[in-house]
Design a binder for this molecule. Structure first.
Ligand SMILES: Cc1cc2nc3c(=O)[nH]c(=O)nc-3n(C[C@H](O)[C@H](O)[C@H](O)COP(=O)(O)OP(=O)(O)OC[C@H]3O[C@@H](n4cnc5c(N)ncnc54)[C@H](O)[C@@H]3O)c2cc1C
Ligand code: SF4
Length: 349
């Protein structure tokens, strides 16, 4: 039995003080707990062993509010379900609604928080199996996935130390939207562009993000994106039709003129790298052009430049290319509101 202390924070400064007390007083690592849907599993599997839990569920960070610039602020502990169905999100960011509802199950989405979704860990089998070497779980022990089971693994941005993917659906849409993550620490508040928030594994795969110990996510800002609302899509390809992590997913957003020309474009791939994958050149190649399959294929090839399979996941190279082309084709036809059909689907679970 490992002793653990539990603190329920009533305000942000109290939470930060306890997070730092845990770090600085050699009391072992402190961890924030929000919905607990990932952290508790990791603790039960002994993948993570915090000695102090700082519960943030009582903090006033559950609001979803308009921002003065016309965007929307998502509180860090607003639930994934409340976020997906919020009228501001549905109206202005349908790609985010679709991405969240493509993930997990209704019960999990009711518990899962927005901040926790960003910080969920990889679903690499070896990361969860403490009998196997894993540089992400135990730095310096090696990577069991290289030469092992790689069906889920990365085709882009991998390193010789880790080939894991980030499994979130929500984060793929946030990457396409160019969200900004608000973080508090003892040094004050800072804002991190979503593109810089998650890391590639490099030589330190144990670090998923640029956050430091003791940092608290307080909000996620969505910039105004009304120009994309009519032509967006989120597609997710997986082994089961629901309640499964993506093998490949893609979020696309197009701003299209009446003449059918693309004024602006966003494309982000999920479950192909250690972070959601965006390449500015793949978006730029669509701007000022009439949309057709040749243009979409060109964008997909730029997005996947340098992609490399690990053997068992070679199919992702073709799947990702087709996913991008299909999502862009659907986005041109118009954003599809999938909230009703997903609700029906969920009811049958
Ligand atoms: C069976 C199952 C299926 C799933 N399927 C999918 C899926 O298909 N797609 C998908 O995207 N996700 C899926 N998930 C993952 C789920 O979305 C995440 O577990 C959830 O979003 C995590 O949020 P949470 O609030 O429960 O985080 P917690 O488990 O409470 O925390 C996760 C991590 O974030 C840290 N943390 C939480 N909030 C903050 C904060 N504000 N500041 C700093 N650190 C913080 C915690 O310390 C911890 O390290 C699935 C989960 C399960 C269990
Ligand atoms: S891919 Fe990453 S998470 Fe998986 S075993 Fe290798 S180091 Fe660990």
């Amino acid at each position: 039995m490992n002793p653990i202390t539990y603190f329920s924070a009533e305000d942000v400064s109290g939470a930060l003080a306890h997070l730092y007390a845990g770090v600085d007083a050699n009391a072992g690592p402190s961890k924030v707990i929000a919905g607990g849907t990932n952290l508790l599993d990791l603790m039960k599997e002994r993948v993570m062993g915090p000695q102090q839990l700082v519960d943030i569920n009582a903090l006033p960070l559950d609001q979803i509010t308009p921002t003065p610039d016309g965007g929307v602020r998502l509180g860090a502990i607003a639930r994934n379900a409340d976020t997906a169905y919020h009228p501001l999100v549905r109206a202005q960011y349908p790609v985010l609604t679709a991405a969240i509802l493509a993930g997990a199950s209704p019960q999990i989405r009711n518990m899962a928080s927005n901040g926790g979704n960003l910080l969920q860990r990889t679903r690499c089998h070896y990361f969860y199996d403490t009998t196997t070497p894993c540089n992400k779980r135990a730095p310096g022990t090696g990577c069991s996935a290289i030469g092992g089971l790689t069906r889920q693994h990365a085709i882009l941005g991998a390193s010789a130390h880790c080939i894991a993917t980030h499994p979130s659906d929500m984060c793929v849409a946030l990457a396409a939207l160019g969200a900004v993550v608000g973080v508090r620490s003892s040094a004050g508040e800072r804002r991190i562009d979503f593109a810089d928030f998650h890391r590639l594994p490099g030589e330190q795969p144990e670090r998923d993000t640029v956050l430091a110990a003791g940092d608290l996510i307080t909000y996620i800002d969505l910039p105004p994106a009304a120009q994309f609302a009519r032509h967006s899509a989120y597609l997710k390809f997986r082994d089961r039709a629901s309640y499964a992590f993506a093998l490949v997913s893609v979020a696309v957003m197009l701003d299209m003129g009446e003449d059918g020309m693309v004024r602006d474009a966003r494309i982000a791939l999920g479950s192909v790298a250690h972070k959601p994958w965006r390449v500015p050149a793949a978006e730029a190649v669509l701007i000022g052009r009439q949309v057709d399959e040749a243009a979409f294929a060109e964008a997909a090839d730029l997005l996947l430049a340098g992609a490399q399979g690990q053997g068992q996941n070679n199919f992702k190279l073709t799947m990702a290319r087709r996913a991008v082309i299909r999502a862009l084709t659907q986005a041109v036809e118009g954003t599809h509101d999938n909230t009703e059909e997903l609700t029906d689907d969920e009811a049958s679970l």
